[in-house]
Write a protein that binds this ligand. Structure first.
Ligand SMILES: Cc1ncc(COP(=O)(O)OP(=O)(O)O)c(N)n1
Ligand SMILES: Cc1nc(C(=O)O)sc1CCOP(=O)(O)O
Length: 528
């Protein structure tokens, strides 16, 4: 048995039936270990005991030659027979307490968890590690439990706070989505996953060495220092000095760079959102077809996904994945998410597929995401007087979703999970025209495109570990300030007689907005 504490970071689970034709199983295992697999589990679902013994024993030889521990899936008898380093048990397999009695002292015992309850039992039973899954759908396992997404995996990880139990995630993990998983599944105490368990992305690869190396490099980059945040220098004293001027200078960048802002939004607001984008100095493109998302993500500065009429879910899924892959900001506006079950599950599916940089919503929408019933929803509107403690609500949700939360209303609240910022600008006429909330989403996406352009030109981001470049907190604040300050200026004009004249005046004031006007008029309070 090996003596070092196991390293779970790149956990290879074998699957001989996935090998490309002509590939030699033992060579694949050795190549994967050379590429960075740190632990191996022999998983044989169909073979006879005699063959399982032979395969497990030869796999152990290779693993131990490289000082890598080897575990056996389900079969405690095989683990005992070949003197493996431990076992992985499913919920329906031998209980941990009995396996522990049978196996030598110090054996590793892992258990599969698909729910918080499974994880609580694993803590009680003294598991060495848990395998949280499935994160995403996979064809590798037949009796698959409900998919968790990175956020569901993060909730299970949370259950392990304060314990020594290690956690890996499993199910549908590939080098193309591993960063999304690692970002989404971090506990609120900033504990990341201890590893990712993979079958197909390694076993089915033409080059298992390269496939494992890609997974290993992603994991190492993500964990080399505390998990990356979505904003810069966000402590209350730093921010009070410079957040408004930082946000305001983004307007200058937008006007200089003229970023393309890709928007998947609803029919009701499309035209005015496009006009608001142009007035700020950026270029809108309202494109929904799945086939064009990859190309668009390469040239756009930011992506807005406004749920609106949820007609284009496939386009939204693909656009978000491409934006994460190209490190572009994603602003998600989950319009009326609390109104129907369909919207709640669609939002869940989207947020499992990609990592939003900013989630922007009214109090009812943000409350629904935070599982709070304090503010009720009526269609797309919020009812009642708001949250008793909005600062804490946005802070908690930002920490949970690992992105910036922007809650718009009479007062606007923004948080990156550390500070909460209240913006006191705006005019009541904004609430009397259709789509002003959607326009805020557009403006936030435009400012996030500005923030991303600044970071890209300064190369201040390590692309191996981030899903977005730029200070998204400044992007969210700048975007909200632009609309709210412009609304004050528009409402004070002589030519504005009511809501009909207010809307074009608002577009004019966005067009004529300057960084100085934003700084002069901004009314913000920072709660550290
Ligand atoms: C690391 C890891 N996590 C989960 C599983 C799944 O185990 P189980 O639930 O026993 O399902 P089968 O693998 O037996 O199909 C695993 N094997 N490894
Ligand atoms: C073995 C296994 N267990 C799962 C669970 O959810 O517990 S998912 C899974 C298969 C993972 O295969 P791939 O990396 O090819 O998606």
């Amino acid at each position: 048995m090996l003596t070092n504490a196991p390293d779970y970071s790149v956990y290879l689970v074998t699957g001989r039936d996935l090998l490309p034709s002509g590939a030699d199983y033992y060579q694949v295992i050795e190549q994967a270990i050379k590429g960075g697999a740190t632990i191996v589990q022999v998983r044989e679902k169909k073979c006879q005991t005699w063959d399982f013994l032979e395969i497990a024993s030869r796999t152990k030889e290779i693993c131990h030659k490289h000082n890598v521990p080897v575990l056996i899936n389900d079969r405690v008898d095989i683990a005992l027979a070949i003197e493996a380093d431990g076992v992985h048990l499913g919920q329906e397999d031998m209980p941990i307490s009995i396996a522990r009695k049978l196996l030598p002292k110090g054996s590793i015992i892992g258990v599969s968890c698909n729910s918080v309850e499974d994880a609580r039992n694993a803590v009680k039973d003294g598991a060495g590690y848990v395998g949280i899954g499935p994160v995403w759908f996979t064809q590798t396992k037949s009796d698959l439990k409900p998919t968790l997404g990175p956020r569901g995996a993060g909730e299970i990880l949370e259950t392990l706070s304060g314990t020594q139990i290690k956690a890996v995630a499993i199910g549908g993990i590939k080098s193309s989505n591993v960063l999304r998983l690692l970002h989404g599944a971090v506990s609120t105490s900033d504990r990341p996953l201890d590893g990712v368990a993979v079958v197909g992305d390694i076993m089915a690869a033409q080059d298992p060495f390269a496939a494992t190396l890609r997974l290993s490099e992603c994991y190492k980059a993500f964990t080399k220092s505390p998990p990356p945040q979505f904003s810069l220098g966000s402590n209350a004293s730093d921010l009070s000095q410079n957040i408004v001027s930082h946000a305001a200078t983004l307007l200058k960048t937008i006007r200089e760079v003229g970023p393309l802002v890709h928007q998947i939004t609803n029919n009701v607001v499309m035209n005015q959102s496009a006009n608001a984008t142009l007035a700020l100095g950026a270029s809108p493109i309202m494109a929904t077809a799945v086939q064009e998302m990859e190309d668009l993500s390469k040239v756009s500065g930011a992506l807005l996904i406004n749920f609106g009429t949820i007609g284009d879910k496939l386009g939204m899924l693909e656009a978000g994945k491409c934006a994460n892959a190209t490190r572009k900001p994603i602003v998600f506006d989950p319009v009326a998410i609390g109104a129907t079950q369909h919207r709640r599950s669609a939002a869940n599916e989207l947020l499992s597929a990609w990592q939003a940089s900013v989630i922007k919503g009214n109090p009812a929408e943000i409350g629904a995401l935070a599982n709070s019933a304090e503010v009720k929803t009526l269609g797309v509107d919020s009812l009642g007087s708001g949250f008793a403690d909005p600062a804490n609500l946005v802070r908690r949700l930002a920490k949970k979703e690992r992105c910036i939360i922007a809650m718009t209303g009479k007062k606007d609240w923004v948080s990156d999970g550390k500070v909460a910022i209240c913006i006191n600008n705006g005019h009541e006429l904004l609430s009397k025209i259709t789509g002003s909330g959607c326009m805020v989403g557009t403006s936030v996406a435009t400012f996030c495109a500005g923030a991303s352009a600044v970071a890209t030109s300064a190369s201040t981001y390590d692309d191996e570990r981030v899903l977005v470049r730029g200070d998204m907190l400044a992007g969210a604040i700048g975007g909200i300030l632009a609309i709210t300050v412009a609304s004050e200026l528009a409402a004070s004009r002589q030519d504005v007689k009511g809501t009909g004249t207010f809307l074009p005046a608002l577009i004019d004031e966005l067009y004529n907005l300057t960084p100085e006007k934003l700084v002069d008029r901004a009314q913000i309070e920072i709660f550290g």
